[in-house]
Design a protein. Structure first.
Length: 256
C-alpha cells in the first residue's frame, strides 16, 4: 500500500465520520453531538490506519506507535466529557456558517464546510497517521522518552486544571495557584501534550511534514482560542470593580 493510498483511506474515513456526526446533529436539531464527539473521527481513522498497517504488512508495530496510539485514544476519549467551554468557542464560527447553510438549504456548501473541517483535523493529527504507516525503529530511544515525558506532563496539567475548574464555585474566577503564574494553563497542557506526541512522531519514517499540524494546533490555541477565552472572561467578570482591579485577575488574563 502506497503512502498516498494509506493517507487517502484515512482521510476518507475521517470525512465520512464527520458527515455522520453532522447528519446526527441536524436530525436532532442540536450541535451537541458534533461538539461532544468532535474528535471521534480521529479515533476511528487512527484505529483504521493501524488496521491497514497490520493487514497490508506495511511495517512492524513499534513501541512508540503503541504508546502514541494509547495516549491519543485516552485524550480523545477524555475530550468526550471535557472541554465543554472550549469546544463551543472553537467551533462557534463553523457552526454559525452551517446553520446559515441549513436555513438557506445550501447543502452543497454545507458539505464543503465539512470537508474543510475534516482537512484541517486531518493535518492537525497527521502525526498519528505517520506513526501508523512507517513507525520506525521498534526500540524506544531517548527522543521517544523525551516526547513521552512531555506528553504526560501536558495531560497531567490538563487533568489538574480541569479538576480545579470543576471543584471551583460557580461564578468564581480562578486566579491563584498555577493560574497566577501561567495564562490559561489548561491550554498550555494541550500544547505540551501535542508537542510530546509530535516528538514521538519524529521516530517514524518520513514524518517531518507532520510538524505542520503541530504549528496549526499551536496557532489555533494561541491566536484564536485564547483571545476568545479572554473575551468570554471579560464579558463575565470585567464589570466587577472589585475583580477588575485585582492583581490576580489581570495576571490570569493578560500576562503572555
Amino acid at each position: 500500500m502506497s503512502t498516498f493510498e494509506f493517507l487517502l483511506s484515512n482521510f476518507l474515513l475521517l470525512l465520512l465520520a464527520h458527515l455522520i456526526l453532522v447528519y446526527r446533529s441536524i436530525s436532532k436539531k442540536s450541535p451537541r453531538t458534533l461538539l461532544r464527539y468532535f474528535f471521534l473521527p480521529v479515533v476511528l481513522s487512527m484505529i483504521f490506519g493501524a488496521f491497514l498497517q497490520y493487514i497490508y504488512e506495511v511495517s512492524e508495530i513499534s513501541n512508540r506507535q503503541i504508546i502514541a496510539n494509547i495516549l491519543l485514544l485516552l485524550w480523545c476519549t477524555k475530550s468526550f466529557f471535557s472541554y465543554k467551554s472550549i469546544k463551543p468557542l472553537l467551533l462557534n464560527s463553523i457552526l454559525s456558517e452551517m446553520r446559515l447553510d441549513l436555513n438557506q438549504k445550501n447543502y452543497l456548501n454545507l458539505i464543503k464546510r465539512v470537508i474543510k473541517v475534516s482537512c484541517l483535523q486531518f493535518i492537525c493529527f497527521s502525526f498519528i497517521y505517520a506513526i501508523n504507516y512507517l513507525s520506525g525503529n521498534l526500540a524506544f530511544n531517548l527522543i521517544d522518552w523525551v516526547g513521552l515525558v512531555i506528553a504526560l506532563l501536558g495531560v497531567s496539567i490538563e487533568i489538574y486544571c480541569e479538576t480545579q475548574i470543576k471543584t471551583t464555585k460557580k461564578n468564581h474566577l480562578l486566579s491563584g495557584g498555577i493560574w497566577a503564574k501561567i495564562q490559561h494553563p489548561n491550554l498550555l497542557g494541550i500544547i505540551l501534550f501535542f508537542l510530546g506526541l509530535q516528538i514521538l512522531a519524529t521516530g517514524a519514517i518520513g514524518s517531518k511534514w507532520t510538524v505542520i499540524g503541530f504549528f496549526i494546533i499551536f496557532f489555533i490555541l494561541q491566536r484564536i482560542l485564547m483571545p476568545e477565552l479572554d473575551k468570554k472572561l471579560l464579558m463575565r467578570f470585567g464589570k466587577e470593580p472589585s475583580i477588575e482591579t485585582s492583581y490576580g485577575y489581570k495576571k490570569a488574563l493578560f500576562i503572555r
